[in-house]
Design a protein around this ligand. Structure first.
Ligand SMILES: [Zn+2]
Length: 384
């Protein structure tokens, strides 16, 4: 049986990174979702990655370049917001600063809060929480993010009915197992446009619905209490104060709403395309939930490799900006390692996959990944 190592800890909400089973308390039934436990490939992969850190005298977390990046992106965000609210005089200054704010917000979402909420930023719990709170500053509850992203998405990637990253209801069909409606034939056109509204939906609908219902889809979430409840409320108040209350003191409502929608659209497009191109792709597998508590066909590590796609592995600027999420394969295998190490780990993963005959998906560029995702949307919209 494979055990968790320091390099590959359990996702933040307590589920295992690997080969353990979880009991999901679903609304209508009790269901066990579990993986096969025997996996020499995963053992060897962890040993080699461990060896990389030991040989090079590196720590998987607390990287100096990550501290610097955090400083740069938070300063970028603060300056963009501050100049927009207190200094901008002309329409073109507003347009440039609105774009800059949207890019800085996406940077926080992709590069800072993601590591913080995975606890891969630092060995210091408070530092992880502070960086994880970056999601709340963007108007997205880090408490709910950890439930949906760390637990449901990371543990059961592309498992239909459990992974909510591939469930957008009737709006679109992202997996072959999902029901097709006639309008899905146009989803490759309308969905990329709707991605621009992703964070707006999060701000005004999704988080509040999940909190009020106490569930994400069929998965019941623990109600936030104590410090968690305080942070959920404080985060929402902070976001709405920054986005609306302070700007409305100084500017007309139509300007405030226009800037809000513009910056949110940029953030939504970045978050959607970066996360969707990792899994909603022809290169990735989509898995049905087994009946009668049978284990999934693959071990946890092989499952992650078959359902995840890397892209643009040599694009250093993109890697910096999107928090190494072009290396989603490495991120899914090692969610407890800070993303700045993914480019160095990727060749180790690739070589081990080749040796063990395990699939390793990688596309040459972000453009190729976006094209492939759009093609997948088109494919899923066609009649069977
Ligand atoms: Zn993640």
């Amino acid at each position: 049986m494979i055990v968790n190592t320091k390099l590959n800890p359990a996702p933040a909400s307590g589920n295992a990174s690997g080969n353990v089973e979880s009991n999901f308390s679903l609304a209508n039934r009790h269901l066990k979702v579990k993986y096969d436990r025997t996996d020499n490939f995963h053992q060897e992969l962890k040993r080699r990655v461990d060896e990389y850190f030991q040989t090079n005298g590196l720590s998987p977390k607390d990287a100096p370049q990550m501290y610097l990046k955090t400083l740069i992106i938070f300063t970028w965000f603060t300056l963009s917001w501050g100049l927009l609210v207190f200094a901008a005089q002309t329409w073109w200054q507003v347009a440039i600063l609105c774009f800059s704010l949207g890019m800085a917000m996406a940077g926080i979402g992709l590069s800072i809060q993601h590591d913080g909420n995975h606890k891969s930023y630092s060995d210091n719990t408070i530092l992880n929480q502070v960086c994880g709170f970056g999601a709340d500053i963007l108007g997205v509850s880090s408490y709910l993010w950890k439930q949906q992203h760390n637990l449901l998405h990371h543990s059961y990637t592309n498992v239909c009915g459990v992974d909510h990253d591939i469930n957008m209801g009737a709006l679109c069909r992202l997996a072959p197992q999902q029901k097709r409606y006639w309008f899905h034939r146009f989803q490759h056109i309308y969905l990329p446009i709707l991605y621009s509204l992703l964070v707006v939906a999060w701000h005004f609908y999704r988080d509040f619905k999940d909190l009020l219902l106490g569930s994400i889809g069929e998965y019941k979430i623990p109600r936030p209490q104590g410090k968690d409840l305080f942070l959920v409320i404080f985060g929402k108040l902070l976001f709405f104060t920054l986005a609306f209350v302070i700007p409305l003191w100084l500017h007309p409502a139509w300007q405030v709403i226009s800037v809000y929608l513009g910056a949110s659209a940029i953030t939504g497009l970045w978050l959607s395309f970066v996360f969707q191109t990792a899994h909603c792709m022809p290169e990735a597998e989509f898995v049905s939930l087994p009946e009668d508590a049978q284990p999934l066909a693959n071990t946890w590590a092989v499952h992650q490799l078959e359902t995840t796609v890397d892209f643009a592995p040599h694009n250093a600027l993109l890697t910096w900006y999107i928090g190494g999420l072009n290396y989603q394969v490495e991120h899914h295998l090692f969610p407890g390692i800070c993303h700045v190490h993914y480019p160095a780990i990727a060749p180790i993963v690739q070589a081990t996959c080749a040796e063990y005959g395990v699939k390793y998906n990688v596309l040459p560029s972000f453009t190729a990944a976006i094209k492939s995702h759009i093609h997948w949307l088109w494919l899923m919209g066609q009649e069977a």
